[in-house]
Design a protein around this ligand. Structure first.
Ligand code: MGP
Ligand code: SAH
Length: 248
């Protein structure tokens, strides 16, 4: 069976499971759901994983629709943060703070940028839940426009991939990332003006050859497969001094 057919079958099964789960939800449980999930029950599958997204979920974590499907699960964020240990890290697309929070535990200072003011509000709230708000400078703005003003030891890039449909392509092309900004290659090239030490959080079906090409002739890049619940969730490509060593 072709890969497309398998992923169609898988998504039908997921849809069926979600329907069954929704039916079984008692009125009492439904009332407990955050508003954005009540409004869109296709997000229920993320709510069921909420403690693996944030172990402190019940202490006041807040998310919006986009964050539910794009936040990096805590275990994966922790692992990335260990590799990115440094004095000053920039999270160019901080969202609701899944990665930012873990960077705040390993780095002296974190600059967290997002173009959406609601995300910054959520990230600030979530960082407070983890007690790391004071280690983070939050900036509302367009990461690419801010580049000329930025300085950092490491930049972490986890841009939007165009929503959960990114898996409909067998191999995900870097050009599909933020095409309105010249695509994922341009995002990487622009970031090199800040630092060569870049961690790029990418879809599990990313075209690895394109990512190797980004590293230039030396091909100095390291890939990490991120697993969630024993299933490949995403990949991180590390460049510069992040390859096989910590920088400080
Ligand atoms: P997914 O396949 O949408 O998650 O994304 P799902 O459905 O939980 O996985 P499945 O195995 O059940 O199919 C996988 C991971 O990629 C999520 O855990 C998020 O961390 C991340 N992610 C997903 N999207 C759509 C984005 C995105 O647009 N941008 C970024 N930075 N991360 C994303
Ligand atoms: N890593 C984050 C999720 C990032 S999702 C987490 O774990 O929570 C991608 C984020 O990029 C979204 O929050 C979106 O608002 C933001 N974004 C989109 N375009 C942007 C831009 N030009 N500059 C900065 N942020 C942007």
């Amino acid at each position: 069976m072709g890969r497309d057919k398998i992923s169609k079958k898988k998504s039908n099964i997921r849809r069926y499971i979600n329907k069954q789960r929704t039916k079984k939800l008692s009125h009492k449980v439904f009332e407990l759901l955050p508003n954005e999930i009540k409004k869109d029950t296709s997000l229920l599958k993320y709510w069921f994983k909420r403690y693996r997204l944030f172990s402190k979920f019940d202490l006041g974590i807040k998310l919006d629709k986009e964050s539910w499907f794009s936040v990096t699960p805590e275990k994966i964020s922790k692992n990335i943060a260990k590799k990115c240990l440094c004095d000053l890290l920039i999270d160019g697309f901080c969202g609701a703070g899944g990665n930012t929070i873990q960077f705040a535990f390993t780095c002296k200072k974190v600059i967290a940028i997002d173009i959406d003011p609601i995300k910054i509000e959520l990230a600030r709230n979530n960082a407070r839940v983890y007690g790391v708000e004071n280690k983070i400078e939050f900036i509302i703005g367009d990461y690419l426009s801010l580049i000329p003003t930025l300085k950092a030891d490491v930049v972490f890039l986890s841009p939007p991939w165009g929503g959960p449909t990114y898996l409909s392509q067998t191999i995900f092309d870097l050009d599909n990332i933020m095409p309105q900004y010249g695509g994922g290659k341009n995002l990487f090239e622009m970031t090199r003006k800040v630092t060569e030490n870049i961690a790029y959080f990418l879809p599990r079906n990313i075209d690895l050859k394109q990512c190797i090409r980004l590293a230039g002739d030396r091909k100095h890049v390291e890939f990490e497969n991120n697993y969630f619940n024993n299933i490949l969730n995403s990949k991180t490509a590390y460049y510069g001094n992040l390859v096989n060593e910590n920088i400080s």
